[in-house]
Design a binder for this molecule. Structure first.
Ligand SMILES: CCCCCCCCCCCCCCCC(=O)SCCNC(=O)CCNC(=O)[C@H](O)C(C)(C)COP(=O)(O)OP(=O)(O)OC[C@H]1O[C@@H](n2cnc3c(N)ncnc32)[C@H](O)[C@@H]1OP(=O)(O)O
Ligand SMILES: O=C(CO)COP(=O)(O)O
Length: 720
């Protein structure tokens, strides 16, 4: 059977070598309505004018957000449900590559890296520092490349295409993709080296993206993958042959590794070998909230542009929004300290029961391609790059680092702006503010109130057309039966059941798992509220109505929460203005030259927005309390998580703390990072481990500032 499959795949691989005209004709006649879709794309791209990509991520074409179905999206599974999986997998595939580039084999790519002047220069440097012979270092570089290299082969894409067709049709009711985004992407791929930058919430992300590329005849991307995936028997190799290149997680100061990886990435970009996909957040967000960017890969992909080796580079932000995430329970448990299951083929097979469930609808929104050339104008002095030969390493100066970091943040913000929310996200917001349970009627009423608010705040919301609101609610609850249950017209969170009597700790753990799972769906929408909510908190806790005072408090919140939410560094004024103008347009606040005041009919929204931030504020307060009350001023990183968990567990059991979200390890780490940034905590390496030293009076000052005006009285009332 195996050899039969291999023969079939190799036959089809050779068919792909045909002239594109012949292949397209074949495909057009064989594949009914997706041809319509394809020719539509083709008409717009090949027949149309050459356009340069958009100058900025901010001029996204607005998606219709009138609170019904979203315009401009189509369900890619619709056609797949009508045709056979085999014919899909074996269809002719003729993507238009970057400037008609000829394919480069994996071996040729490796050779280009090994023979590069850059690598040779770094090897020379290492030889001088370590006395290691050149041959040994070259041998090591070659081994690193063998470990790292992708070996993309269309036969394996077809194999996975076949399997994924079946899986997606079974687990998702629809996969909606924005048509104009695909068109723009297809055009960009032909004209520029393209970097695909999706958000990362699930293992499904990279599977679905390559699937879309294959389905719409777009060049298959090569993808930066964490090295644990390589270790999966058989699957690791299939991923490699489907375009994954593997990178080590903590690279540290391994000079040769950095050199090999960065030259490998640059060669892919420079040659336009294939679109390069990487996850700028660095890993799947356990909270489903966006993560602040990792910058290593970002620097590597942009370098060929800075050095003038390519005319431009196109970055494509991609927002993947799930109505229900496959890993929802595992992610919540990881936040509570349960280790992630190791990536093995055995574990994957065991996890196949999740495929029996329904995960609803998914949206993939390809954002406007961002031209690095347009954005860089006036921000970087390119003369510095002309002073150093292209092949030599050059450490990015401060202005370049600032530009690259700003760009990474902008991409993540644009992923957020193009995210598609569902009714369930809004219900999760309301449920979290009513953990004791809520009447279904009231839940519906509040969700509809929230629907109006998020639309006024500019969110993209999918709310099924021609379906009564009550049915939208009940369908959402049915889909999320693992999170909520409805009993006698009252809605509660579902807690895990287990055998035998439950200890107090187990009770808290189960409750926390349920809360964190629900919170992750609130988090999918939290970016919509972040800025107005910070204005709401600042406006109701600052000493006066003066804009200056409110801005001062707002800036403090921004600084404190800048690991929690994605906030572009140095944009406090813009963030404040954005928050204020959303509130002003919604009639919540009024502004005079020097003052901001809450309108009478804006109180309800202010109370609600404060409640959105409440679990975060309470969690930060609890961590501050822990750090101030701990007898020791220093602690090791490993001990921090377990000690603080037991500290919070006791407070939850005694009822002194209400928010179960305090138990989230992600929140706790973010507090530590904030304190490090604010220099209230310092970090040193001791015996190869991170050791933290706490400046208790500085932590206390931050705690006081945060607690100013945030009394239990207010927080108890602060519910929607
Ligand atoms: C039809 C159907 C088809 C289906 C077909 C299926 C396809 C199936 C494919 C599977 C595909 C799976 C895909 C999985 C998806 C993931 O596995 S996501 C996880 C992997 N990807 C990523 O993480 C990408 C983003 N990550 C990064 O950019 C990280 O920075 C890196 C590059 C991994 C490095 O990580 P790190 O060691 O944490 O480094 P980072 O913090 O960035 O920097 C550390 C230090 O190194 C310094 N540094 C940076 N660059 C350099 C340099 N070049 N030289 C020297 N020093 C440097 C930094 O300045 C920094 O210094 P400090 O500021 O700390 O002083
Ligand atoms: O990102 C990964 C693969 O998708 C692997 O890292 P995490 O499992 O930590 O998210």
């Amino acid at each position: 059977m195996k050899s039969k499959c291999l023969i079939l795949f190799s036959i089809y691989r050779s068919r792909d070598g045909r002239s594109s005209r012949g292949s397209r004709a074949h495909w057009c006649t064989s594949f009914g309505s997706s041809v319509g879709r394809f020719t539509w794309l083709g008409r717009h791209i090949r027949g149309g004018e050459r356009r340069t990509p958009a100058a900025s991520v901010w001029d996204m074409e607005p998606l219709s957000a009138d609170g019904t179905e979203l315009d401009g999206f189509f369900d890619i599974l619709e056609e797949r449900r009508r045709s056979s999986d085999l014919s899909y997998a074996f269809r002719t595939f003729t993507p238009q590559p970057y400037r008609g580039a000829k394919p480069i084999s994996a071996a040729a790519l490796k050779r280009m890296v090994l023979e590069s002047q850059y690598l040779s220069y770094i090897i020379q440097e290492i030889m001088e520092e370590s006395d290691e012979p050149r041959e040994a270092l070259l041998e090591e570089a070659s081994t690193l490349l063998d470990e790292m290299s992708q070996n993309l082969q269309l036969g394996f894409i077809r194999l996975l295409g076949y399997a994924l067709n079946k899986v997606f049709k079974s687990v998702f009711s629809s996969i909606h993709v924005n048509e104009d985004g695909l068109t723009r992407l297809q055009q960009a791929i032909q004209e520029y080296p393209v970097i695909l930058m999706p958000n990362h919430r699930s293992y499904m992300d990279f599977l679905v993206l390559s699937y879309i590329m294959f389905t719409y005849d777009l060049s298959i991307p090569v993808i930066a993958a964490g090295i644990p995936l390589m270790g999966m028997k058989l699957i690791g190799e299939i991923f490699r042959r489907s375009g994954a290149f593997f990178i080590r997680r903590a690279i540290g100061s391994d000079k040769l590794y950095w050199a090999v990886l960065s030259e490998y990435v640059r060669t892919i970009v420079r040659t336009g070998y294939a679109p390069l996909e990487f996850y700028v957040e660095g890993l799947r967000s356990r909270t489903l909230k966006s993560l602040t960017p990792k910058l290593g890969m970002m620097h590597m992909v942009l370098e060929p542009f800075f050095k003038g080796e390519v005319f431009d580079i196109c970055l494509v932000p991609i927002s993947i929004s799930y109505e229900r995430v496959l890993e929802e329970s595992l992610l919540a448990h990881e936040l509570l300290g349960v280790p992630k299951p190791k990536e093995t083929t055995g574990a994957l097979l065991k996890a196949r029961t999740v495929l029996k469930e329904d995960y609803g609808c998914m949206h993939v929104c390809f954002g406007n391609p961002v031209s690095v050339r347009d954005l860089v104008k006036g921000k970087i002095n390119s003369r510095q790059y002309n002073l150093v030969p292209r092949d030599l390493p050059m450490k990015p100066n401060e202005e370049t680092q600032e530009f690259v970091s700003g760009l990474a943040y902008m991409i993540i913000r644009s992923q957020e702006r193009n995210a598609v929310l569902s009714a369930w996200n809004l219900m999760a917001v309301v449920l979290l503010q009513n953990l004791q349970g809520i009447d279904l009627d009231l839940l519906t009423h509040k969700t509809l109130w929230l629907r109006r608010l998020v639309l006024r705040f500019g969110a993209h919301l999918r709310w099924p057309k021609n379906v009564p609101d009550s049915e939208v609610m009940s369908l959402s609850m049915k889909l999320h039966h693992s999170v909520v249950r409805c009993e006698k017209e009252r809605v509660y969170l579902v807690e895990e059941e287990g055998p035998g009597p439950v200890t107090q700790e187990e009770g808290v753990f189960r409750r926390a798992a349920a809360v964190l799972m629900c919170a992750s769906y609130r988090n999918q929408a939290v970016h919509v509220f972040t800025r107005p909510a910070m204005v709401a908190v600042a406006a109701t806790t600052s000493a006066s109505n003066r804009t200056d005072d409110i801005f001062h408090h707002f800036k403090f919140l921004l600084e404190l929460f800048s690991n929690e939410f994605v906030l572009i560094p140095g944009q406090a004024v813009q963030d404040f203005e954005e928050g204020c103008s959303l509130l002003q347009q919604s009639g919540v606040i009024g502004r005079s030259d020097e003052e901001i005041y809450v309108r009478d009919n804006g109180q309800e929204t202010i109370v609600f927005l404060r409640a959105i931030l409440q679990p975060f504020i309470e969690s930060y307060q609890v961590v501050f309390r822990y750090l101030c009350e701990e007898s020791s001023q220093t602690f090791r990183e490993k001990m921090f998580s377990s000690n603080i968990r037991s500290f919070i567990m006791k407070l939850l059991i005694s009822g002194k703390v209400q928010s179960y979200e305090c138990l989230s390890s992600d929140l706790q780490k973010n507090v530590l990072s904030a304190l490090l940034r604010m220099a209230a905590v310092t970090k040193t390496k001791v015996d190869d481990q991170n050791e933290f030293r706490v400046n208790k009076s500085a932590v206390k000052r931050t705690w006081d500032m945060l607690s100013n005006g945030w009394t239990p009285q207010i927080s108890a009332n602060a519910r929607l």
